[in-house]
Design a protein around this ligand. Structure first.
Ligand SMILES: *Cc1c(COP(=O)(O)O)cnc(C)c1O
Length: 389
């Protein structure tokens, strides 16, 4: 559905996305493949639009979390390889094959199920083996005493009928965190990963076409881990300290407009609970951006948004559909003026830190009520509202 509304909206700068892709592509060089992580609707940016651009720019692979996310891309002309990082029930194997989608295989039980289903429907399922080297989430456990059984299980999975193991991968737990302990942990994960690959390849007598492990932290800090393919998400969207260091640009700017302005005397309690009381005559604006749009209520009375005249403090509890901002010394800001919540002027990194979280959570939280406006070559090319109808 198209949106005609300028209430609260997210501007998605596809030029910034292209810049980020090209910068990262230059960084990794021509011999390393590029997988763009577009799960969770491309971290809230719109996976179809993001994937279209990545496909056009020559990215090699995409990754999503579920079969629904993968098929959404297939139904929108995305023909490049897609890897599902998460769980797919075995009943869906025939659809994986039909839509030519690659599935992560994370343990022996899954390998057996997938193999059986693939054989039943007479096709071959392309898989990437997931190795647990220390993330302690999905993957064949291979650390310490588990090395031999892990390697054995992987070899067995790779040899089952109906499966073609194109790739093998692992995921880092602390590659984006500072300090020697995190560096040592990441190096241990990488060493274990390469040891597992070596052992499996020797036993199988063949090589994996694609070995990959580098997420955002590793793309920024550990070039030795890039192997055949890198797998960044956050960097592509231009957030976090590494994006700043690498000269990447934020892709999303979340904006709203001032809907009402009123002037209150000293001593006026603002919003639910009255947690903020004016300490002077206060010119207060209402903006139609609340927690149902993706704002974090925990940020109530603690964060700053950006007007054309500079920062404006948010006051009182954040409501479901709106919140208040202090415009006392911003006399040029009027009803209808644009306010940036986060984006090119108001760094999402600051707001994420204030909310004691990471930028990922803020862009993923932007709700479907907020239309996405897409910009290419500086011009708006598409408006998308995610509400049904
Ligand atoms: C989400 C995810 C990524 C991307 O992580 P970033 O920190 O955004 O780069 C890479 N690999 C896996 C397995 C993931 O789940």
């Amino acid at each position: 559905m198209d949106s005609t509304l300028k209430r609260t909206w997210a501007e998605i700068d596809l030029d910034a996305l292209a810049h980020n892709y090209k910068t990262l592509r230059d960084r990794i060089g021509a011999n390393v493949k590029f997988l763009g992580v577009v799960k969770a609707d491309a971290y809230g940016h719109g996976s179809v639009q993001v994937s279209r651009l990545l496909q056009e720019l020559g990215a090699d692979y995409l990754a999503v979390s579920s079969i629904d996310e993968a098929i959404e891309l297939r139904l929108n002309d995305i023909t490049m390889p897609i890897l599902i990082l998460g769980h797919t029930p075995k009943e869906q194997v025939s659809r994986l094959i039909e839509y030519n989608i690659t599935q992560a295989v994370t343990c022996k039980a899954k390998a057996l199920e997938y193999s059986e289903e693939a054989v039943k429907c007479g096709g071959t399922l392309k898989i990437h083996i997931k190795v647990d080297t220390g993330m302690s989430r999905l993957g064949y456990l291979c650390d310490g005493d588990y090395f031999d059984t892990g390697v054995e299980g992987i070899c067995e999975g790779c040899s089952l009928p109906g499966l073609y193991a194109e790739g093998i991968f692992t995921h880092f737990a602390v590659s984006d965190e500072p300090g020697d302990a995190c560096k040592a942990y990441t190096e241990h994960q990488f060493q274990l990963f390469t040891d597992v690959i070596k052992s499996v390849e020797e036993k199988l007598g063949r090589r994996f076409a694609i070995r990959h492990c580098a997420n955002t932290g590793a793309v920024a800090r550990y070039p030795e881990t890039w192997l055949d393919m890198v797998r960044p998400g956050l960097l592509l969207y231009g957030y976090g300290e590494f994006a700043d260091e690498l000269g990447l640009q934020p892709v999303m700017s979340l904006k709203t407009t001032v809907s009402t302005i009123k002037t209150y005397p000293t001593g006026t309690a603002i919003s639910y609970g009255g947690i903020y009381v004016t300490d002077k005559t206060t010119r207060m604006g209402v903006i139609p951006y609340g927690y149902a749009d993706g704002f974090f209520r925990a940020l109530s009375n603690r964060c700053t948004l950006m007007s054309d005249e500079g920062p404006v403090p948010q006051r009182g509890k954040i409501c479901m559909d709106m919140c208040m901002i202090d415009l006392t010394d911003k006399m040029q800001i009027d009803v209808g003026s644009e306010i940036e919540i986060f984006g090119k002027k108001n760094s999402i990194n600051v707001m994420a830190a204030l909310a004691n979280t990471i930028p990922y959570e803020l862009t993923c939280a932007v709700s479907k009520r907020v239309p996405r406006f897409y910009y290419r070559n500086g011009k708006m090319i598409e408006k998308e509202l995610l509400l049904r109808g």
